[in-house]
Design a protein around this ligand. Structure first.
Ligand SMILES: [Ca+2]
Length: 407
C-alpha cells in the first residue's frame, strides 16, 4: 500500500508510548501510588536544559533535538531540544571536504521531511513540506516527500534525498535548493543500461559517492547496489536476489528488509582509504564490504545470525542484530548502528569490535549519562563529525538526535 512504509510498527510503539505517558499522568494524581514508569524523563519539557552546551565532556551522551517519548512536528523555528521529531532515522552534516557550515540535517522520516539545525541550536524546515506526497518540482521547502531515509551531499554541494516511500532519488541544487532531477520513475526493477530518470528502484534507502562522483544507491527492495554514472546511466553494481553469499560482486547476495512497513536498511558508506563500499546488510545481521579493486564482496562483521556477542574479539565472529547504518572515521575506525541491539558499535583498524554507546537494553537516558551506561532505543542512523570529533545518533524510538563527544 503506498505511503504505509514504517507506519505499522512505528505507530504501534507510538501508541504504547502514549498509553504509558497517560498512565504516568494518572499516577501522578493518585495518592500513595507507587507506579514507576520505565521512561521517567518523558514529558518533562520544563526540565529541559535550554543551553545544550552545558551538556558535554568526553564520552558523555547529550540531546541535540527532540523530546524523549514525544512524537510530533511542533517547535520549528525554536530550540531543537524543545522541538518534536517523529521517528528520526538518520543525521547528516556538510562533509569535511566542503565548506563546513556546522549545520545538522535530520531525517525526520515519519514527518516526511528533512529538518535543519543551525549552529545556534534552532531547528527549521529544510527539504520537504511535511506533507506526505511526491513533489515533482520547486524548491526544497515546496516539495512533498514520502518517508525520506537519507541525505547525501555531493562534492558539487548538491543534496541527494533518498525519497524511499516514492522509490526515487531527488536531487536539489546546493545553492538555490531548486529540485534539479529525480531518479526513478516508479517502484520496481528496471532500467539498467538506460537513463536513471526512467529506471525503476524499490525503496532506495541511501546514496553515496565515489571520488569520481559516481553515485551508489542502496536499492533496498531490489537487494542490490545500483550505480549511476556521470551520464546518468544506471546499472546494477552488486547483488541479485536476497541471500548471504560472498564472492564476486555479481554473484554476491545481500538481504535487505522488504516488508512494506520495513524501516530503512542496507545503508552504505564509501571508504576512500581502501577503495571499498561498506554496507549494513541488515537482515544478514552483518557488515559487508565491496572491494573496488578486486570486485569482491566479503563479510567484515557478523555471522549471519542475529545476536549480541563478540565484544573484544574479531568482528567476524561477533553477532549483530539488524544493523541499519555504517560510517567511517578518518582514523579508519568503523561505526555501526546496531539498531536491534540498541547500541552503537565500533570496529578498530585491527578488526576488533566493541560497544561504544548503549547497554543493549532499550530505553532512554537523560543528558550527561556516560555513553557506555546510556540506553538508546532502536538507534538507526549515525554520522561522525570529524571537525568536532562528535558522533551523532538518530535515537529513533526516543524521537531524538543525540551526540557523544570524543569517544
Ligand atoms: Ca548515516
Amino acid at each position: 500500500m503506498p505511503g504505509r512504509h514504517n507506519s505499522v510498527p512505528y505507530n504501534v510503539v507510538d501508541g504504547h508510548r502514549k498509553i504509558l505517558m497517560a498512565l504516568i499522568a494518572i499516577a501522578a494524581f493518585l495518592p500513595g501510588c507507587d507506579f514507576t514508569p520505565t521512561f521517567s524523563e518523558f514529558d518533562k519539557k520544563d526540565d529541559i536544559v535550554v543551553d545544550e552546551n552545558s551538556c558535554g565532556g568526553q564520552g558523555i551522551l547529550c540531546n541535540v533535538a527532540g523530546v524523549a517519548g514525544m512524537s510530533g512536528s511542533d517547535g520549528l523555528g525554536g530550540p531543537a531540544i524543545d522541538a518534536l521529531l517523529n521517528f528520526p532515522t538518520d543525521v547528516e552534516m556538510v562533509p569535511l571536504t566542503l565548506a563546513q557550515t556546522g549545520e545538522i540535517f535530520v531525517l525526520d522520516e515519519n514527518n516526511h521531511a528533512i529538518r535543519r539545525i543551525t549552529r545556534q541550536g534552532d531547528m527549521f524546515p529544510f527539504i520537504g513540506t511535511g506533507n506526505q506526497g511526491d513533489g515533482a518540482s520547486g524548491t526544497g521547502d515546496q516539495v512533498d516527500l514520502n518517508y525520506p531515509s537519507h541525505l547525501a551531499i555531493s562534492q558539487s554541494g548538491h543534496f541527494f534525498v533518498s525519497d524511499r516511500g516514492n522509490s526515487k532519488i531527488k536531487v536539489f541544487n546546493g545553492a538555490s535548493l531548486e529540485m534539479m532531477s529525480s531518479y526513478g520513475r516508479a517502484e520496481g526493477l528496471s532500467g539498467d543500461g538506460g537513463p536513471a530518470t526512467d529506471a525503476e528502484f524499490d525503496r532506495p534507502s541511501s546514496v553515496v559517492f565515489d571520488p569520481d562522483g559516481l553515485v551508489y544507491v542502496s536499492d533496498q527492495g531490489n537487494q542490490r547496489i545500483r550505480r549511476i554514472d556521470q551520464d546518468e546511466i544506471v546499472s546494477t553494481f552488486a547483488g541479485s536476489s536476497a541471500g548471504f553469499v560472498d564472492g564476486s560482486k555479481e554473484d554476491a547476495q545481500f538481504d535487505f528488509p522488504v516488508a512494506v512497513d520495513a524501516p530503512a536498511g542496507g545503508k552504505s558508506s564509501m571508504n576512500t582509504h581502501d577503495w571499498a563500499l561498506y554496507i549494513a546488510d541488515t537482515e544478514n545481521h552483518s557488515i559487508r564490504r565491496i572491494n573496488f579493486i578486486t570486485g569482491h564482496v566479503t563479510t567484515v562483521a557478523g555471522t549471519g545470525t542475529a545476536g549480541y556477542s563478540g565484544d573484544g574479539g574479531n568482528a567476524r565472529q561477533a553477532q549483530l542484530n539488524y544493523p541499519t547504518d555504517v560510517i567511517f572515521r578518518e582514523d579508519h575506525h568503523i561505526y555501526i548502528a546496531d539498531s536491534g541491539n540498541n547500541v552503537i558499535r565500533k570496529i578498530d583498524p585491527f578488526g576488533n569490535i566493541t560497544t561504544l554507546v548503549g547497554t543493549g537494553e532499550a530505553g532512554y537516558s537523560p543528558d550527561e549519562t556516560p555513553a557506555t551506561e546510556a540506553k538508546l532505543n532502536t538507534p538507526s542512523g549515525i554520522y561522525y563529525d570529524e571537525v568536532n570529533q562528535t558522533l551523532y545518533i538518530a535515537d529513533t524510538y526516543n524521537h531524538q538526535i543525540k551526540r557523544v563527544f570524543d569517544l
